[in-house]
Structure formats: C-alpha cells, structure tokens
Write a protein of this length. Structure first.
Length: 94
C-alpha cells in the first residue's frame, strides 16, 4: 500500500473535519466511528489499486516479455491493462 496506516488516519481525520466544518454531513453516529469508516474506505480503495497494479504488471511481464520495464512502451501497456482491469471491476479511480 502506498500510504501508511498513520497517513490514512491523518487523511481520514482531515476529510472528516472538512465535511463537518463545512456542514456537508449530518452525523447520526459518533465522530470517531465516522472517521473509522472513512479510514476503511480509503484503505479498501488503496488495496484495490494495489491489486490492479500487481495484476497489470504480471500480465504485461507475461504477455510482453521483451518490453523493458520502465520504458515508455512498458508504461503505456501497464496503463492500458490497468484501465481494462479497473473497468472489469467497475472501479473508476484510474
């Protein structure tokens, strides 16, 4: 995962604070529980992105073994495969 648990907690707190300060949400649960829910959403999202990255890399390594990792062609193939995998999962963050 690209972010530590501590960084996820900080981001969740900032999101929670902003939503509450701007009165964009009306909480019917404890603020700490709300923050915990936000942490979970962030962590799940990052996990999905990691899985897609790993699957795309494995696919390109197998399907295009002659491509040099890090090359422009490699990056294009990785991005294309990540988009395909994300679409297949109904995931739209990419």
């Amino acid at each position: 995962m690209r972010l530590t648990e501590e960084r996820i907690a900080v981001l969740a707190r900032e999101i929670c604070d902003r939503l509450l300060d701007d009165e964009l949400v009306d909480l019917e649960i404890d603020e700490a529980d709300f923050r915990f829910l936000i942490e979970g959403v962030i962590a799940r999202d990052l996990k999905i992105e990691d899985e897609i990255d790993e699957e795309a890399t494995a696919f390109v390594r197998k399907a295009k073994p002659n491509l040099e990792e890090g090359s422009t062609e490699w990056q294009v193939e990785i991005e294309r495969k990540k988009e395909d995998l994300a679409a297949a999962r109904g995931y739209t963050a990419y």
